[in-house]
Ligand binder design. Structure first.
Ligand code: MG
Length: 221
């Protein structure tokens, strides 16, 4: 085996061990954890701001705000009413890994949370390989991007359970096609759920909130 592949494999298996331990902790404490991934600028922080504003009185929401530099997103989330916000600055790394998330979790009382969002670094490549112990990856794409992105970055769309198509208020301003992005994404992952939103106008946000509440409600047997 080539040395580089060997090293990468061992980094990933170490990550997977830590992620599995984190997942067990989340399950034990009944915390639903979502790993939000997208290109830079698709609207992850905006969606979280709207979610906090709408749901923070009924759902105990925690947020880990990952970024390469600055705590700007964490500050925005605090301003939006977030009471449990932890910045996680990677200092250059293009993704979060389970070890970094663990350093934050050490100071978190999971018993006080129902839902934990991990806002990953804006990047459609690196974060796809690193399990953080989440229940599900949620991938955002904005209508200001190419509708062929699912074909260009298939791993991310294959490993996500939900695609949020954001900035629908800009539809018609470019050649982006809602039907094409859905067809492209489902050609990679036929089970991918899709929700269309505009954080600016509020369109579709109720559908996102209802989706979250369904995820949080106990499974009916
Ligand atoms: Mg952000």
């Amino acid at each position: 085996m080539n040395e580089r592949i060997r090293v990468e494999k061992s980094i990933l298996s170490e990550n997977d061990k830590l992620a599995s331990a984190a997942r067990r902790q989340f399950l034990d404490r009944s915390v639903v954890v979502l790993n939000l991934v997208s290109s830079p600028g698709a609207g992850k922080t905006s969606l979280l701001e709207k979610t906090l504003q709408a749901l923070r009185t009924e759902i105990r929401i925690g947020l880990i705000a990952g970024d390469v530099q600055t705590e700007n997103d964490a500050e925005r989330l605090l301003k939006a009413g977030g009471e449990s916000v932890w910045p996680l600055v990677t200092g250059g790394a293009c993704h979060l890994d389970a070890r970094m998330v663990n350093t934050v979790l050490d100071g978190v009382d999971l018993g006080k949370l129902d839902l934990l969002f991990i806002e990953n670094v804006g990047n459609l490549v690196c974060p796809s390989s690193f399990d953080l112990g989440e229940l599900m990856k949620v991938v955002l794409i904005s209508t200001a991007e190419g509708d062929d992105k699912p074909l260009k970055y298939p791993a991310m769309f294959r490993r996500s359970g939900l695609m949020v198509v954001n900035k629908t208020d800009l539809l018609g301003m470019s050649d982006f096609s809602m039907q094409r992005v859905i067809d492209n994404a489902r050609s990679i992952n036929p089970d991918l759920e899709v929700i269309a939103t505009s954080c600016r106008t509020g369109a579709g946000l109720e559908v996102w909130f209802a989706w979250l509440k369904r995820l949080l409600s106990p499974v009916e047997l």
